[in-house]
Design a binder for this molecule. Sequence first.
Ligand code: NAD
Length: 474
Amino acid sequence: MPTPQPRPTNTTRGGHFAVVDPATGEVFDEAPDQQPEELDAVVGRAQEAWHHWRADPAARTRALLTAADAVEAAGADLAPLLTREQGKPLAESRAEIARSAARLRYFAGLHAGPQPIADGRPVRSELRWRALGPVAAIVPWNFPLQLASAKFAPALAAGNTVVLKPSPFTPLATRLLGSVLAAALPEGVLTVVTGREPLGARLAAHPGIRHVTFTGSVPTGRAVAQGAAASLARVTLELGGNDAAILLEDVAVERIADRLFWAAFRNCGQVCMAVKRVYVPARLHAQVVEALAQRAKAVVVGAGLDPGTQLGPVNNAPQLARVERWTAQALAAGARAVAGGHRLDRPGYFFAPTILADVPPDSPVVTQEQFGPVLPVLPYRNLDEAVAAANGTGFGLGGSVWGTDLDRAEAVADRLECGTAWINHHAELSLAQPFAGIKESGVGVAGGPWGLYGNLRPFVVHRPEPGPEEECGR
Ligand code: NAD
């Protein structure tokens, strides 16, 4: 493919929209801006393909395993493209692709077999899990491929077909992934559509869709649920987070500092389950701030394609503006930037890794989801106060507790109001575990067998047992 020539940002050509490299701030390619009639045709093909795809579980397993191999084999092309449009270091793009292939393999091996239902009556009832139909998968820009696979792998394994829509900030690697998967799967089983809004809104509300599985922000999640209500399609929402890490009195600061730093700063802080606030006993506050600030100052920030880069740019201009605005607001309200606190003076969307102390607890950088390389570190006087602050948010995705006495740390973790709580680490997920946020962080369950069942509906066959008592319903 010839290298496209950079053009000024935000230009579009008829039927296409521009894609920007966040490491330069320049347009480097474009993607199709698909229109309603194209979406209708794609959903129509997904409906037709569903009748064959749902019929043969063994063929599905084989196709998904082939698809996993194909994704892995395409890694050398996918990874640089993902880094170019998303910004993350190349090694992290490779890890995203490996995770996507692993997820296809995991779900290829999961089956929802029939289950007998016994209640003592002379009736033979059997529960058989049935596919739903075409599934709309709508994905954000922070982990375009990994989050896409978290949706399409269970949906396909369950016997559904998928229409996948990436964020307009990161459409290219997903389009390439779509062609890789299209070559491994029967026609119409998985199709990628790209475009600016209202494409996502149209897809969520499309009458041919039976399940909308969405990852993104809380306001868009609400809009998606409202759209899907038109056809009463099932909705699974994985939304934002404002995860707190609580450090306990017995924490070994130097032992955990690297892990805690990267739990907040991986992918430039653009992780739904990143540590977004740290609560520290007042006695240890200065030491923890210093340990994190040292790391923030030492980290190698640069373009994801440059070898040695540990932290890339923020993905897009609106997100950078939000991080900049909330940091400036905190500083104006009396916070101290012990590291960073400003944009980097270079092209692209770079923000210096920032550690904030003395942050007023009502600052947006504490109460909202900053989703960037900025971490407030807040002192607490007693543990109940810290737990109340951690839980005092509309979000409920994850949380963590850090200390040497693991039983005590676990007892504190048990008090966190969220979907997943970790001890001495954060955001580690197994493919086999359920993943579900509470409160505004989500609706429904993804991951593990729960993710498979989230893409199935129960169907019960109910018949009398042969014998003298043939009536049922008594
Ligand atoms: P976003 O809500 O702006 O967009 C997400 C997707 O929805 C994109 O594909 C976008 O084009 C599409 N979209 C926009 N408007 C729509 C509409 N009206 N109807 C249907 N689709 C629409 O989110 P974002 O800025 O791309 O991603 C960041 C957010 O995603 C953060 O809040 C982050 O916490 C969240 N996130 C959550 C998880 C999780 O698993 N809980 C994982 C990753 C990211």
